[in-house]
Design a protein around this ligand. Structure first.
Ligand code: 8YV
Length: 332
């Protein structure tokens, strides 16, 4: 177990101490790779975080008795699924319990980007408010009502975000999935059928970039989504549009984003994730962008959600060990 867990999850683990030997990373810091490789040896199940790469090296270090990997995440880009499949190892994950928390944060980032939240807070903190004469254009930004919202990826979190956006009076939603132009496979909340606004499948990234006032990155990171949002994409976006990323950093080319903001090609950005996180140095150019709000990957960070993720992850390990049904099992 590569992290400290919340009480309920810990209790579940502790309750099995007679049957199982539980080895747990002892610190609040991210688990050390060398510790993991050493302690994985002989494990039948491993509970991992996003920061723990599950690759051939780890699986070799564990050995052929390994039955299950349970990830404390919805995203599984840190896991070599092919390697698990070929070794008959099951993969548990937590795709449902974090939907609301991440969708809530997405709304925060959209509003922060449109309404210049980062700049506004800095202005007040820096004591600049008293010096700025009141002016009708001070800190103005685009309004969410009437926006066309484009979703790169249209899974549960994106759809839950759209559900929250409807009462704001958005005009239209466009989505791009791996099958452009085709209806989304799963309409999780019955929105596509019932919404009073058009919800359309985009023909490609170009259409979505050109038409959207708000672009929300909510897709999985795969070879085909890496740098999907790059200079070419930004050049097609509207000058008053904002981009929000709650998925994985590398879907947006950070250098291209810095340029787009520098050149006022877009209005702003709201990021929960960024390439090379968490190793963002204080002098990184993105931190100098007043129109970019960057938060440290806190999408799922409500107390309720993280507790649930921990509990489900432990249950998934147990299910993997006994051959029972997991709370959520990923297809390999
Ligand atoms: C992380 C996430 O799991 O679930 C995901 O895919 O990106 C997050 O919810 C969380 O930050 C814990 O590492």
């Amino acid at each position: 177990v590569t992290r400290q867990l919340f009480d309920e999850a810990q209790r579940l683990l502790d309750a099995k101490k007679d049957e199982l030997e539980v080895v747990q990373w002892p610190s609040e810091k991210p688990c050390d790779r060398s510790w993991l490789l050493e302690h994985a040896k002989g494990a039948t199940g491993i509970l991992v975080m996003l920061s723990d790469k599950v690759d051939e090296e780890l699986l070799d270090a564990a050995g052929s008795q390994l039955k299950v990997i349970a990830s404390f995440s919805v995203g599984t880009d840190h896991v070599d699924r092919g390697a698990l499949k070929s070794r008959n190892i099951r993969l548990g994950y937590t795709p449902t319990c974090l939907t609301d928390a991440v969708a809530d944060l997405t709304i925060m980032l959209i509003l922060m980007a449109q309404r210049r939240g980062g700049e506004s807070i800095s202005m007040v903190r820096n004591g600049e408010w008293p010096q700025k004469p009141w002016h009708p254009l001070l800190m103005t930004g685009p309004q969410i009502r009437g926006s066309t919202v484009g979703f790169l990826g249209f899974g549960r979190i994106a759809q839950a975000t759209l559900k929250r956006l409807l009462p704001f009076g958005i005009k239209k939603a466009l989505y791009l999935t791996s099958t452009p132009g085709k209806p989304v496979k799963e309409d999780h909340f019955g929105l596509v059928q019932e919404a009073a606004i058009p919800i359309e499948s985009a023909t490609g990234a170009d259409q979505l970039a050109k038409e959207s006032d708000v672009v929300i990155v909510g897709c999985a990171l795969t070879p085909s989504t890496k740098h999907l949002v790059s200079t070419d994409f930004f050049n097609k976006m509207k000058k008053l549009a904002v981009v929000v990323n709650i998925a994985r950093g590398p879907v947006i080319d950070t250098d291209a984003l810095v340029r787009a903001l520098d050149e006022e090609q877009i209005f702003g950005a709201g990021l929960d994730v960024i390439e090379n996180e968490p190793n963002i140095q204080a002098d990184h150019p993105i931190l100098k962008q007043p129109r970019c709000v960057l938060v440290p990957h806190i999408g799922s960070a409500t107390i309720e959600t993280r507790e649930q993720m921990a509990t489900e992850s432990v249950k998934n390990v147990f299910a993997g060990l006994t051959g029972a049904a997991m709370v959520n099992e990923a297809e390999l």
